[in-house]
Design a protein around this ligand. Structure first.
Ligand code: NCD
Length: 310
């Protein structure tokens, strides 16, 4: 039986840590947040969130902060690493050991793959992984699942395609780990150089059917949900390497109308560069901007549960 105590005081690090029942529990709490977001809440009154972002972010940081405000709590933030003591040579662990004295919960993004796991070892307050290198981005997955449930009425039975930079994109690593709990089929659609990380496939392969392909138009007719991703330029060693793959897949109106199911749901964690053409934006299939809103509900749920105030 899942209960609040599964989450109270706990870190939120990896989608590999959660069972189906626990994910559904968080999503149900996120459903309740839809109303609370409108009405406002005093649930987290007196509590403080630190949002520490050592990599660029618009949506994730602002939605963590907005979620905390909507719960009635307060926020202190570092959005620019140049202004923090990390710049003076302070270790990552020492930054966490310091910040945990000021706040009740930490949401953080960091360029190192092991940042979230290292932080969890030293933090005495719940640490929420807001993106850890190319490893994982679990709260993005909670909002993705919440959005899929809303758009499709459920997750079981769907065929889901992940498209683009499946090697460096942390959102799809977390999403695939979460989907191992559902009765879905997943197509990983990527060029050879950007294939899904083998260790992620290894982790899920006994529980979910994963098919690796490279042809988007051929796969498109099978898909109920298409999760587009940005080619992660910042993870490439050279501009030349990036240029070789940057336009591997472009979702446009023609692709949807010629090859897609009529009600195919097009998602993207954003920011997009040019992998979704703007001529898709006014199709009913375009969910990526509506998807953003689910970030508030999902993060309100994760914060409230971790703080134990829900
Ligand atoms: C993603 C990220 O930072 O991993 N953005 C986000 O949080 N919505 C995806 C990306 O940057 O491509």
């Amino acid at each position: 039986m899942v209960s609040k105590s599964d989450f109270k005081g706990k870190h939120f690090i990896s989608m590999g840590d959660y069972s189906r029942a626990q994910l559904d529990y968080i999503l149900d709490v996120a459903d309740e947040m839809v109303e609370l977001e409108k009405q406002g809440s005093e649930m987290a009154r007196g509590k403080v969130l630190a949002s520490l972002f050592f990599e660029p972010s618009t949506r994730t940081r602002l939605s963590f902060e907005s979620a905390m405000f909507r719960l009635g709590g307060s926020v202190t933030t570092v959005a620019d690493p140049m202004t923090s003591s990390a710049k003076k040579g302070e270790s990552f662990e020492d930054t966490i050991r310091t910040v945990m004295n000021y706040v009740d919960i930490i949401a953080m993004r960091h360029p190192d793959n092991d940042a979230a796991l290292r932080a969890a070892k030293v933090s005495s307050v719940p640490y929420i992984n807001g993106g850890s290198g190319t490893w994982e981005h679990p709260t993005q997955t909670m909002l993705d699942l919440h959005c899929i449930r809303y758009a499709k009425g459920g997750i079981d039975g769907l065929t889901i395609g992940m498209v683009g930079d499946l090697k460096n994109g942390r959102t799809v690593h977390s999403l695939l780990k979460a989907l191992r709990n559902y009765n879905v089929k997943v197509y990983c659609i990527a060029p050879d150089a950007l294939k899904m990380k083998p260790e992620v496939i290894e982790e899920v392969k006994d529980k979910v059917e994963v098919v690796e392909v490279s042809d988007l138009p051929k796969t498109m007719p099978m898909l109920d949900v298409v999760y587009m991703t940005r080619v992660q330029r910042e993870r490439f060693a050279s501009q030349e390497e990036y240029d070789k793959v940057k336009d591997s897949y472009i979702m446009d109106r023609n692709m949807i109308q010629k090859h897609g199911k009529k009600d195919v749901v097009i998602m993207h964690p954003l920011p997009r560069v040019n992998e979704i053409s703007t001529d898709v934006d006014d199709l009913p299939n375009a969910w990526y901007f509506r998807q953003v809103k689910h970030g508030i509900y999902a993060r309100m749920a994760v914060i409230a549960l971790a703080l134990g105030v829900y």
